[in-house]
Design a protein around this ligand. Structure first.
Ligand code: SPV
Ligand code: MG
Length: 574
């Protein structure tokens, strides 16, 4: 769009096309042949589109001989009109039949937001003017005038334009005949005359313009006399120049070169930097608008959209098996721990997964995830890793330890929670005697499985480095499994608390429980979802061994063969 002309832009498409035709300025129209090229024409700054018959038939892979049906052309125009708000002047060939076909064409074009149509005085089915133009029969003048009248009588938008194209010069019938026809078409109601020429110089066009003397707007297509300076057209009083086929030709050259190169070299490496990035295609398709609409229309009742997985550690007690990889890449029942987690997220529709790596991040399989790296992982704790992904938080987010295996309902119930913050606590683990074990959870109520569904909130979680608090003297209600769901406005509140923690001198040493406790201190309510087993963390070699059994228990075969007993055994406390 042309930002300098807001009034012009706010007018209807047909009014804008008409204004271009009647204005005293020389105007330009650019060919487009599909939705993508229509958008490109708009972005380049043009004010209108020429819906070229040659280019539209070519992009379908057929000839410019009315091989594509008129309804196929009109369907294609609909994509173009949707992709660009510019006025489109359709190259309507001969009108695809007699006066009656023109009437129906005009009504259908108006319904699809097309601003005007150009019809040429040849016979259906036509052939492109540059293919043996002299041999092509012209229409009878009166019959063609009848088509123009029929078209004008059937338009319901007064600004819809009908441009009459005179082929007499192409067909070799001479200047006099061209002028005679143009005048007849003007009197029949044509809004403009397109005078076409196949000469390499503009002489006959200029002579026509002189003789015509401004009786109606003149439109030209300088495909063959392309070397003529544009100023010559301006001086001649031409209304509009159509650059008729240059995008289909540009696309053809580019596609031929790239296809040849890839075929010959059997690699993409030579072309990647010379072609539009995939992101540029997404931009032209307006993919961002889709994401925004998704946030607006799909958010309620839907699974959390994204996840952050903390996977920076080598794993204490696992040094023997983590020389060349971080803990999350340890294979469990045939696939790395991280893959189990990623697959579990994807199963719940959580597809936007950011993994924060650190130790041997290079060994993390990045398929289906985004990897960010905490470069200071050796000196820092979990919150420093989380901070690396803080700006990646979008929509509803699950924050998870990287070393978890769990039954799928645990994640499903968590992401379906309506609370701004929710955590999973395993009530089968209450033995806090081993002070080195962290993540014990104290809640507003114990897990009363008889009162399933009661709202319980988190009071405190034991951290790896804190001095024991008063609450820690009491028996915990369970153990936080390492899953935190952040929903809706919770995200910004979590980011605020994180920023406060980041200002603390000891931030580098803080772990996830410190964040949960800080949220609680900030007055946030963290909903507890109790489970009883059905998950595993991997903290040492013994956990690692048992994780394999647990993972095998998740496969459909084991579930059907092992039955409920196997599940119960696997689900027992770590
Ligand atoms: C078209 O673009 O299809 C035209 C113009 O009719 S030209 O091909 O130059 O005749
Ligand atoms: Mg054409």
């Amino acid at each position: 769009m042309n930002a300098r002309e807001p009034a012009f832009v706010s007018a209807s498409r047909s009014a804008r096309l008409r204004q271009m035709l009647v204005s005293n300025e020389l105007e330009f129209m650019m060919e487009a042949h599909n939705g993508l090229s229509a958008r490109i024409v708009r972005e380049a700054g043009f004010k209108a589109i020429w819906g070229s018959g040659l280019a539209i038939s070519a992009q379908f892979g057929v000839r410019d001989n009315n091989e594509a049906s008129w309804t196929q052309v009109v369907d294609n125009l609909e994509f173009m009109a949707d992709a660009s708000d510019l006025p489109i002047l359709l190259d309507g060939d001969t009108g695809y039949g007699n006066f009656n076909n023109v009437r129906r064409l005009v009504r259908k074009l108006e319904q699809r937001g097309i601003a005007g149509v150009c019809i040429e005085d040849k016979q259906f089915p036509k052939t492109n003017s540059f293919i043996n133009g002299e041999a092509q029969p012209l229409a009878d003048i009166d019959e063609f005038c009848g088509k123009i009248k029929a078209g004008k009588d059937s338009q319901s938008d007064e600004n819809f334009s009908i441009v009459a194209r005179v082929e007499a010069l192409i067909a070799g019938w001479g200047m006099e005949e061209a002028l005679r026809r143009a005048e007849a078409y003007r009197l029949a109601g044509a809004d403009a005359i397109l005078i076409h020429s196949k000469l390499s110089r503009p002489d006959e066009i200029l002579e026509f313009a002189r003789e015509w003397a401004g009786r109606a707007p003149l439109v030209i297509v300088p495909t063959k006399y392309y070397s003529t300076p544009t100023e010559v057209f301006r001086e001649a009083g031409i209304s509009t120049v159509i650059w008729a086929n240059h995008l289909i030709r540009a696309a053809t050259s580019a596609m031929q070169a790239v296809a040849r190169e890839i075929h010959t070299s059997e690699t993409l490496v030579n072309v990647e930097d010379r072609i539009a990035a995939v992101n540029e295609i997404f931009r032209l398709q307006d993919a961002d608008e889709y994401s925004e609409a998704e946030d607006r229309y799909l958010s309620s009742g839907r699974a959390a959209g994204s996840a952050v997985v903390l996977a920076a550690s080598r794993g204490k007690g696992l040094e023997a098996v983590t020389q060349d990889r971080p803990k999350v890449m340890l294979p469990v029942a045939g696939k790395p721990l991280l893959r189990w987690l990623v697959d579990a997220f994807k199963k719940q529709g959580v597809n936007d997964i950011t993994v924060v790596g650190g130790y041997r991040a290079d060994a993390i399989d990045t398929a289906g995830i985004k990897l960010v790296v905490n470069d200071r992982h050796a000196e820092t704790g979990e919150l420093a890793s989380l901070a690396c992904a803080l700006d990646k938080l979008s929509g509803d987010t699950v924050i998870s330890y990287g070393d978890l295996l769990f039954r799928s309902y645990i994640l499903r119930d968590l992401v379906e929670s309506e609370a701004a913050f929710s955590v999973v606590v395993d009530s089968s683990l209450t033995d806090a005697e081993n002070a080195s074990v962290r993540d014990f959870a104290w809640c507003s109520a114990a897990d009363d499985r008889g009162l399933f569904g009661n709202k319980v909130v988190l009071r405190h979680v034991s951290s790896g480095q804190e001095a024991s608090s008063a609450i820690a003297a009491q028996t915990p209600h369970g153990r936080w499994v390492g899953l935190l769901n952040v929903r809706g406005a919770g995200r910004e509140r979590l980011q605020t608390v994180m920023r406060e923690l980041q200002a603390r001198a000891d931030f580098a040493s803080l772990d996830m429980p410190a964040l949960l406790n800080a949220l609680i201190e900030a007055g946030e309510s963290i909903e507890v979802q109790y489970v009883h087993g059905h998950w595993r963390g991997v903290n040492d070699l013994e956990d690692f061994r048992r994780a394999g059994d647990f993972a095998h228990g998740q496969t459909p075969l084991a579930a059907s063969v092992g039955g409920a007993d196997a599940d119960a055994a696997n689900g027992a406390a770590q």
